[in-house]
Design a protein around this ligand. Structure first.
Ligand SMILES: *Cc1c(COP(=O)(O)O)cnc(C)c1O
Length: 220
């Protein structure tokens, strides 16, 4: 299948639930990204700050760039501003650094909180209980230059769909809980970024609003 055909098929699957597709273009050649752009795709995901900067310069201004990779605090300058949404707000020092950089630019940066839901020890993110505690303490009101727009999570890399489903479901529950409590006055807190090539079907069934798909779209 061509990139265009893959895009059309995935979009058809996502449309009934109104789920947004972020095409993960990391590691793709420019020509392939252009093919997706020409087929109407506008939201793209990159995972390295320097690559994001290069892509922003290479593609038209109407592309919406999503930063999805782990971000070191000394790289926030490269991402705040050009990124429409940063999916990987995964630690307190990073959130503070993003808020400070956005403040210096007088820019309100859209950002998601990354939650550690997988069993693998290597993935980044807040533990659910840490987010509950920070919410209760009112921590998120101390970041005026960040628009915290929801949660992001990655399930364990496994074929066990039952496990994947239960991880996504726990993220959805945490999202609902935070939306009712700490973010009850924030209509912007509305996104649940979950689902990749191998598990997006389950993620959509469990309430995802945004899926991040690379391999399935670009590799054939
Ligand atoms: C690479 C990546 C994706 C896309 O993964 P695929 O399996 O290629 O669809 C999604 N989210 C994050 C955070 C990634 O790093």
């Amino acid at each position: 299948m061509t990139v265009r055909e893959q895009l059309q098929q995935i979009r058809r699957e996502l449309a009934p639930a109104g789920v947004k597709l972020v095409a993960v273009s990391k590691a793709q050649p420019l020509a392939t990204i252009r093919e997706a752009y020409d087929a109407g795709q506008r939201a793209f995901g990159e995972s390295r700050p320097q690559a994001l900067r290069e892509r922003v310069a290479q593609l038209p201004d109407d592309v919406e760039w999503h930063f999805i990779g782990h971000l070191q605090t000394n790289k926030v300058k490269l991402v705040v501003g050009p990124a429409h949404t940063i999916h990987s707000g995964d630690s307190l020092p990073l959130l503070r650094a993003l808020n400070d950089e956005a403040g210096r630019r007088q820019h309100r940066q859209r950002c998601l909180l990354q939650v550690h839901i997988a069993r693998e020890p290597t993935k980044f993110g807040f533990l659910p209980d840490a987010l509950r505690r920070l919410s209760a303490e009112g921590f998120f009101t101390t970041l005026p230059y960040l628009q915290i727009a929801g949660l992001m999570g990655m399930a364990t890399f496994t074929d066990d769909l039952t496990q994947i489903r239960s991880e996504f479901r726990s993220l959805r529950r945490l999202f609902d809980e935070m939306k009712q409590q700490a973010f009850s006055d924030h209509s912007a807190f509305s996104e649940l970024s979950m689902g990749m090539s191998n598990d997006y079907g389950v993620a959509v069934e469990e309430g995802s609003t945004m899926v991040r798909i690379g391999t399935l779209l670009f590799t054939h």
